[in-house]
Design a protein around this ligand. Structure first.
Ligand SMILES: [Zn+2]
Length: 312
């Protein structure tokens, strides 16, 4: 019989994929379903609500929080928007003693306008540069951005010192001498280092998360320095009392105990070799058996002095 297609009937494509149904495909299907169920059951950070993430971040170390903020855009904006809440919580939980020894300097914009004018007065600034020597290991604060009362300069220098001291910890641990920059000279590596530290300090002035990060570095340096000095049998002075569990706690709680006071600011890197626990702005009140922290209110008193000095 000849086969032909009638003109009235349009061609209809009835081909379809064959439904594969055998033991193997069934098994594969079941496997895929359980695999997906397992995936869904994993508590993924990205699936958590913001409030829960925020609560978890308060338990981490500052550098872990900063690392977390680099994961994706959502985490970055979450950390940026809540930097103050997170930073304050970290400081309260881990570095409440260090925060009293190392507060941040005040912004110039936070000072009343008439006093601002007195602070940035060229006469006062040139006087200041005569009386306060600049350091090789710390960049001076920018008087156009920060309060340059005596207290704020000291607090700025202390934060810069933390960052510089932290930078040289590997040298101090391994006994490699810290490179010297001859007096009156500059070295590109040193300018770069102190400029980087100044940028970090400047961030900390407005962002408690960076302040917490600096304090964390100092806790680490302090623990390392105490370990180094307690091994040094030739060094007979009083050491800071630190147990292994104190060191592992990664909080500054053990610095509450009585220990040697920090009377002098380390003016140069040479002093790092003997520096154990630099904890300025406090003294031990024997009768009460506790440290008294002295810096609160000092900035306000200094501003009064600046005003009184000008009136004279
Ligand atoms: Zn000040």
């Amino acid at each position: 019989m000849p086969r032909y297609v009638s003109d009235d009937e349009p061609l209809e494509d009835k081909t379809a994929a064959l439904t594969l149904k055998n033991k193997r495909t069934e098994r594969l299907k079941r496997k895929n379903i359980t695999r997906q169920q397992k995936r869904d059951a994993i508590v993924n950070l990205t699936k958590l609500p913001t409030e829960l993430i925020l609560e978890s971040l308060k338990h981490l170390r500052p550098r872990d929080v900063l690392g977390f903020s680099c994961v994706n855009r959502r985490f970055h904006s979450l950390v940026t928007a809540n930097a103050k809440v997170i930073g304050d919580a970290l400081i309260k939980r881990r570095y409440s003693i260090l925060a009293q020894c190392f507060p941040t300097p005040k912004l110039l914009s936070a000072v009343e306008a008439p006093i601002q004018a007195l602070l940035i007065d060229p006469g006062r600034q040139s006087q200041r540069s005569i009386h306060n020597r600049s350091y090789q290991h710390i960049q001076s604060p920018d008087a156009r951005q920060l309060c340059t009362c005596l207290t704020c300069i000291l607090t700025w220098n202390n934060l810069g010192l933390i960052l510089d001291f932290a930078h040289w910890q590997p040298h101090l641990d391994t006994g490699i001498p810290i490179p010297l920059v001859p007096r009156g000279q500059t070295a590109p590596w040193n300018l770069e280092l102190v400029a980087r530290n100044a940028r970090m300090t400047r961030k900390a002035v407005e962002n408690p998360l960076y302040h917490a990060a600096i304090l964390a570095l100092h806790l680490d340096s302090t623990v390392r320095a105490i370990r180094r000095h307690s091994k040094n049998r030739g060094n007979k002075r009083v050491h800071v009392d630190m147990t292994e569990s104190d060191a592992k706690a990664e909080t500054d709680g053990f610095l509450e105990k009585n220990g040697p006071p920090s009377l002098e600011f380390p003016y140069q890197r040479d002093e790092y070799y003997m520096l154990e626990a630099y904890l300025p702005n406090r003294w031990w009140r024997k009768v009460e058996g506790r440290w008294i922290y002295t810096i609160a209110g000092q900035h306000e008193r200094d501003l009064e002095l600046v005003q009184r000095f000008t009136k004279r």
